[in-house]
Ligand binder design. Sequence first.
Ligand SMILES: Nc1ncnc2c1ncn2[C@@H]1O[C@H](COP(=O)(O)OP(=O)(O)OP(=O)(O)O)[C@@H](O)[C@H]1O
Ligand SMILES: [Mg+2]
Length: 244
Amino acid sequence: MEEKSCPVCDDLGWVLKENGVERCTCQYSDITENIFQRMNIPKRYRNKELSNFTPDDKAGHRLVLLRIEDYINSDRFKEGKGLFLVGPPGVGKTHLAVSILKEFFRRRGIVGLFYDTRSLLFKLKASFDGSASAREILEETVETPLLVLDDLGSERLSDWARDILHYIIINRYNELKPIIITSNVELKSRKIEGDVLENTLEERMGQAIASRLSEICEIIPVKGKDKRSSGLIAEEVGNEKGNR
Ligand SMILES: Nc1ncnc2c1ncn2[C@@H]1O[C@H](COP(=O)(O)OP(=O)(O)OP(=O)(O)O)[C@@H](O)[C@H]1O
Ligand SMILES: [Mg+2]
């Protein structure tokens, strides 16, 4: 059985009091290891925060951070609204997506779930021969109050992979459950200087998914320099303990 690190709140971060819900004292020492594992946040990204995302004014990062703050502080997620962070590699999309998950936990006590999309599909495929674990993983991705699908649409998908993502996205859409997506490809094709964009999510995953995602996700373009190649990455591994 999974060991709880806070016996007061069972690692929920919140406790029920007479006047409503209150933040548990364990939260003042920030997010526990156990919560990181439940949210499936990779070690490399555990110390990423909105506060240590250094905005590049030329790339419009201040507006990106404002839009993200506005989303976290609003109740739009309750109506199933999510975000679609789109931009080139290394500009901080995964950093921001993880920070959003962490803030939802801190401010609202919501334990979301992070998945790199390709790893999720691989994990499901590896355990799909009738075992219960694939079903459990799939149900978890449909049920979680906040799902991050990292790096969606990074490659052409097999029919099987498309069906799985279809299942997850359509079910969350129907149940008004929000999805935070990061992607290198635009959601829908649009004309840029006369040329029609290829390699869109619409083209890779089909119109049914792209149309639903464009309805439920606010698109936030993230621009800037590739921080990986510019060697500007600050200390990454802040937490060496356990991973899922
Ligand atoms: N503005 C920024 N401030 C601080 N760190 C940043 C910033 N942008 C990127 N980084 C860091 O650069 C690294 C790469 O960022 P990240 O993995 O979030 O990129 P990405 O946009 O998700 O790329 P990909 O599309 O390849 O997945 C991370 O360590 C991240 O914390
Ligand atoms: Mg990424």
